[in-house]
Write a protein that binds this ligand. Structure first.
Ligand SMILES: [Ca+2]
Ligand SMILES: [Ca+2]
Length: 304
């Protein structure tokens, strides 16, 4: 079947009651004022990186993955987009680090798995990131709208902490750990791993302030030293619903929650945010940091 026919049919199935004619669906999407209907030429992959604000981490300012440097925010955005286009990882650093991407169309909620966030997890090597979604509710093309957290396996866990903040402080000199303090009154460090990552600093070069604060939902860390002597650390997999978590990279718009944890009922989305969800480190492996390698709209190729 012609690709366009597929899209017309799935849109009809998704958006329309029985009896509507297909052409009307395409010409007059009924999902909202700023809904951008997919077309036969839509890009199934994210076409823009709007924000890239990692927490400090061993891959930040890394001359191996980023030989040209990212001394400005604009350069960081260009670099992150190029990496995703190549299917290479973009690290979000420690807790709270995030990336925001968008598509050249709205992703329609067909029920079930609607989009994918790819990472580099392996079994026992999961570094969960919370996935958030948003509609361009004010139609300005920017992700300055309400974010909805996607429910995951640990959303109702007593150890899950919402509106948790970590402030990171730029080190005074080269080769030093990055100090942090959090909203729970705790302090700690993102350690400098001289044996593996020797760039001057793990504090993002393009952040010009001497400290910055990242806020999000924190999951309890489950990492542990299986060897007992620090040689073999395990970052266990979470059940479901997180980026860079072994076992699943597909997500449902139906899991979007409002601020009270109730279903948001979104019929489509325009933006996706992923944010590192644990504040933990695993010995010589360093901080747990969510990595992303790509974002895909799965609804486009759904067969009616
Ligand atoms: Ca907007
Ligand atoms: Ca990872």
């Amino acid at each position: 079947m012609h690709r366009l026919c597929n899209i017309v049919l799935f849109l009809a199935a998704a958006l329309c009651c029985s009896g509507c004619n297909y052409h009307k669906v395409i010409e007059e999407p009924s999902l909202g004022e700023y809904f951008r209907a997919p077309s036969a030429t839509s890009n199934i992959y994210a076409d823009k990186v709007y924000e890239y604000t990692p927490a400090p981490g061993q891959f930040i300012n890394d001359p191996v993955s980023n030989p040209y440097g990212t001394k400005t925010e604009a350069a960081a955005l260009v670099w992150a987009k190029e990496r995703l286009d190549e299917g290479k990882f973009v690290s979000l650093g420690g807790f709270g680090g995030y990336i925001v991407v968008g598509f050249d169309h709205s992703i329609v909620n067909l029920g079930g798995y609607t989009f994918a966030v790819y990472g580099n997890a392996h079994s026992g090597g999961s570094e969960p990131g919370i996935v958030w979604v948003a509609q361009d509710a004010n139609g300005n093309g920017l992700p300055d709208d309400i974010w909805y957290e996607l429910r995951g396996s640990d959303s109702s866990d007593d150890n899950t902490l919402r509106n948790y903040s970590v402030t990171y402080y730029r080190p005074a000199g080269k080769g030093e750990a990055v100090r942090w303090s959090d909203s729970e009154g705790e302090e700690g460090t993102i350690d400098y791993l001289a044996a593996y990552h020797t760039q001057d600093s793990y504090y993002p070069d393009w952040i010009t302030t001497s400290s910055y604060t990242l806020t999000g939902t924190r999951l309890k860390a489950h990492n542990y030293d299986q060897s007992g002597d620090g040689s073999y650390w395990v970052n266990p997999d979470y059940n479901w619903g997180y980026a860079d978590n072994f076992g699943g990279s597909n997500f449902r718009i139906d899991d979007a929650m409002d601020a009270e944890g109730k279903p948001a009922g979104l019929k489509y989305i325009d933006f996706i945010k992923v944010q590192t969800a644990v504040n933990a480190k695993s010995g010589w492996l360093g901080e747990l940091s969510t990595e992303v390698t790509g974002f895909e709209d799965l609804s486009i190729n759904v067969k009616p």
